[in-house]
Write a protein that binds this ligand. Structure first.
Ligand SMILES: Cc1ncc(COP(=O)(O)O)c(C=O)c1O
Length: 412
C-alpha cells in the first residue's frame, strides 16, 4: 500500500531542519531526494564489490559486472524495454539527447532537412538540435503552445512534410506540468515514417511508462530525478536504430577488435559506453528502480495527482496569485508554476527558504517558453512520492506571509 507519510522515514534528508524549521522539499522536478537504500547501495558497492567491469576474471570484477548489468536489466524492466541491450547508460537526459544528436543525427540529417520540436522544450532538448541544424544546414520547426499551456496538436500535420526527419518532444513540461499526448504524436509521425525522441526527464519518474506501448524510437531520462544518484542517465532506443548508429565516443570497452588503423565496434549496448562507466551510480539507480517498483507507478501517479489537485485549489484561493499551465488538473503532473504580481520569484524563493520551504525560482531552463509567456521567471513547486498535504499547507501559509511582508515593505 502506498503511504507517503510512512515512506518519508526512508529519506534521511527529510529529518533536516532549515533555518530552524522542518524541511519542506518542493523541488523534486530539479532533483529528487534519495532513500536510504540508494545511499547504502553506493557505500556497499565501494566497501564490498568495487572493481572495474567487463575486464577482469577475478571475483570482485565479476561481482561488479553482475551488479552493473543487473541495474541495466532493472531499467529495461521498468520501462518495458524488449531487451536490456537497448538501454545505454549515459550521464543524464542531456547527454542522452546529445548522443542521439551525434550518433543518429550525423548520419541522418542533411542540408534542408527539418526537425520538429515544441515551444515548451527544456534547453536540453533544444540546444543540441540547434547545434546540429547549424552544422548541417537543417531547419527547426516548433509545435506551438496554447494559452492553456498545451501543445496545439492541430498544427502538427501542417508542420510535417517529406523533409521532416525527426520529432523530439518532452513528455511532461517542467514549467507548466503539462502531460503531452506523446502517443498521438508518435502515431502521427510513424504514419509518415518519422522517428520520435521522447524527453522523459519529467515523465519516467512520475508516470507508468512502457516503451513498447508508446512505440517511441528514443527515450531519454535521468536517474537523479527518480530517487537515484546524479551522474547517471538513460538512453533507450529501438534495437534496429542502435545497431545502425555509430558510436559517439571512442575508446576502451566500446570495441570488439582494434588495429593500428581501424577498429570494429563492440555489440550493443557497450558500443555506446566508452571507457570505465559510472558503475556505482548505475547500481544505486537499480535500487531506486526497485524502490519505485515496490510502490507501483500507478499509485505514485495517483498520489501526485491528488496532491496537485489539493495544491491547485489552495493556491487558487490566494488573492492575486497566478497559476501557469493547464487549468484542468488531469492534464498535469505534480508541477505548479506560479507568480504573485509585483513580487519577484527570486525574492519569493528567498522568503520561503527562511520558512524551510524549498521551491525553485527562475527560467527553469526554458527561456523561449517563458519569453512567449512574457515572463522572465516563475516560482515553481513540485511534488514527489514523499510530499504530503501538510507541506502544501505550509507553502500556502508561507506565501500568505510573504505577501504580507512584501506589502509592508512596499508601503514603507
Ligand atoms: C523536461 C526536461 N528535460 C531535460 C532535463 C535535463 O535533465 P538533466 O539535467 O538531468 O540532463 C530536465 C531537467 O530538469 C527536464 O526537466
Amino acid at each position: 500500500m502506498f503511504d507517503a507519510r510512512k515512506l518519508r522515514d526512508d529519506f534521511p534528508i527529510l529529518r533536516r531542519q532549515i533555518h530552524g524549521k522542518p524541511l519542506v522539499y518542493l523541488d523534486s522536478t530539479a532533483t529528487s531526494q534519495k532513500p536510504q537504500v540508494v545511499i547504502d547501495a553506493l557505500t556497499d558497492y565501494y566497501s564490498r564489490s568495487n572493481a572495474n567491469v567487463h575486464r577482469g576474471i577475478h571475483t570482485l570484477s565479476e561481482e561488479a559486472t553482475a551488479l552493473y548489468e543487473g541495474a541495466r536489466a532493472a531499467v529495461a524492466r521498468f520501462i518495458g524495454a524488449p531487451n536490456p541491450h537497448t538501454i545505454i547508460f549515459t550521464r543524464n537526459t542531456t547527454e542522452s539527447i546529445n548522443a542521439v544528436r551525434h550518433a543518429w543525427g550525423n548520419r541522418h540529417i542533411k542540408a534542408g532537412d527539418e526537425i520538429v520540436l515544441t515551444e515548451m522544450e527544456h534547453h536540453s532538448n533544444l540546444v543540441p538540435w540547434q547545434m546540429l541544424a547549424k552544422e548541417k544546414g537543417a531547419v527547426l520547426r516548433f509545435i506551438p503552445v496554447t494559452e492553456n499551456g498545451e501543445l496545439a496538436l492541430d498544427e502538427l500535420p501542417k508542420l510535417l512534410n517529406e523533409k521532416t526527419k525527426l520529432i523530439s518532444l518532452t513528455h511532461m513540461s517542467n514549467v507548466l506540468g503539462t502531460i503531452n499526448p506523446v502517443k498521438a504524436v508518435i502515431q502521427e509521425a510513424h504514419s509518415r515514417g518519422i522517428p520520435v525522441l521522447v524527453d522523459g526527464a519529467q515523465s519516467v519518474p512520475h508516470l507508468p511508462i512502457n516503451v513498447m506501448d508508446l512505440n517511441c524510437d528514443f527515450l531519454a531520462f535521468s536517474a537523479h530525478k527518480m530517487l537515484g544518484p546524479t551522474g547517471i542517465g538513460i538512453l533507450y532506443a529501438k534495437e534496429a536504430l542502435l545497431e545502425e548508429m555509430d558510436p559517439f565516443l571512442g575508446g576502451g570497452d566500446m570495441i570488439r577488435d582494434v588495429w593500428l588503423d581501424h577498429s570494429i565496434w563492440n555489440d550493443l549496448p557497450w558500443k555506446f559506453e566508452a571507457g570505465t562507466p559510472n558503475i556505482a551510480d548505475a547500481i544505486a539507480f537499480g535500487k531506486a528502480i526497485e524502490y519505485l517498483e515496490k510502490l507501483g507507478m500507478p499509485a505514485i501517479q495517483q498520489h501526485e495527482q491528488t496532491l496537485t489537485r489539493y495544491a491547485l485549489s489552495k493556491l487558487q484561493a490566494i488573492d492575486g496569485l497566478i497559476i501557469h499551465g493547464p487549468k484542468e488538473a488531469e492534464k498535469r503532473g505534480g508541477v505548479v508554476s506560479f507568480e504573485i504580481p509585483g513580487l519577484h520569484p527570486h525574492d519569493l524563493g528567498q522568503l520561503l527558504d527562511e520558512q524551510g520551504i524549498a521551491i525553485r525560482a527562475g527560467h527553469h531552463c526554458c527561456k523561449p517558453l517563458l519569453r512567449k509567456m512574457s515572463l522572465i521567471a516563475t516560482a515553481r513547486a513540485s511534488f514527489y512520492i514523499y510530499n504530503i498535504e501538510e507541506e502544501v499547507d505550509a507553502l500556502v501559509d508561507a506565501l500568505r506571509k510573504a505577501k504580507e511582508v512584501f506589502s509592508v515593505v512596499s508601503r514603507r
